[in-house]
Structure formats: C-alpha cells, structure tokens
Design a binder for this molecule. Structure first.
Ligand code: HEM
Length: 122
C-alpha cells in the first residue's frame, strides 16, 4: 500500500512543526486572532496535531466531536477560512513541504469548509 499523506509529509515532526507555526500565525493575524484571545493555545495545538495526524492517515480516527459541532457557535466567515488556508500554505512552504503534497493537505482542509463556515457572503 502507498505511504499515507502523514508519512509522506514527514510524520509527527512535520505535523507538529506545522501546527505550532500555524497557530503562531493565526494568533498574530488581525482577521482571525480574536477567535483565540482567551484560548489555551498549548492545549488547542496539541488537539490540532492529533486531529491532523488522523485526517492525514497517521492513525485510526478517535471518536470526537464533528468539525461542525466544534465550530458551530463561532460564526466563521468564508473570508476568515480563506485567511487560514493562506497561512497554512505559507507555513507548509516555510518548512519545505513540496507543492504536490501541499495540494493534498489543502484539499483535505478544503473538505472541512462547509462544516466550519457559517457566514457565506464575505
Ligand atoms: C478561520 C478558520 C478557523 C477558525 C477561526 C477556528 C477556530 C477554532 C476555535 C476558536 C476552536 C476552539 C473551540 C473550543 O474549544 O470551543 C477550534 C477548535 C478546533 N478546530 Fe478550528 N477553526 C478554524 C478552522 C479549522 C479547520 C480548517 C480545522 C480542520 C480541518 C479545524 C479543526 C479544529 C479542531 C480539531 C479543534 C479542536 C477541537 C477540540 O478537540 O477541542 N479548525 N477552532
């Protein structure tokens, strides 16, 4: 069987590095930083590493809340989602993930858009 996206990305160290950098950027971005003002970023980053490990095929999925349930009261807009996608792309480039693999990662994140975005007219 072909290696999972998780393995092709470089496994735990790459996902860990990417999520730490991404949260740093999200906390500093004027369009979306307000979502994270009162959040425990260490705990959120840990959960995100675990979630990304699962969606990239690194380990069997755990029973957890759906993306829709997690984000349902946050009123996230399409524009804000696009900001996150841009920051993720920037992060993956910074840590040297090749473009073809970046596209696979971004396609998986894109699959979550409908569950996460509530404000569509921005
Ligand atoms: C602009 C886009 C996004 C914003 C503003 C955002 C915001 C947030 C916030 C504020 C939380 C904490 C919720 C809480 O603990 O009550 C959270 C949790 C989480 N988000 Fe997002 N999110 C975004 C996009 C995404 C994307 C694209 C994914 C994955 C595809 C994702 C996956 C998760 C996961 C796995 C958690 C952790 C839930 C847990 O286990 O506690 N988010 N997000």
């Amino acid at each position: 069987m072909a290696d999972s996206l998780y393995e092709r990305l470089g496994g735990h160290s790459t996902v860990f590095e990417a999520m730490h950098r991404l949260y740093e950027k999200m906390q500093n971005d004027p369009a979306i930083s307000h979502y994270f003002d009162s959040m425990d970023i260490v705990s959120l980053t840990r959960k995100q590493v675990s979630f990304m490990t699962q969606v990239f095929g690194g380990q069997p999925p755990e029973e957890t809340r759906s993306l829709n349930e997690i984000h349902e009261n946050l009123n996230i807009s399409n524009h804000e989602f696009n900001v996150l996608v841009g920051l993720l792309r920037e992060t993956l480039t910074e840590i040297g993930v090749e473009v073809a693999i970046q596209h696979e990662v971004l396609a998986i994140i894109e699959d979550g858009r409908d569950d996460i975005v509530q404000i569509h007219n921005e």
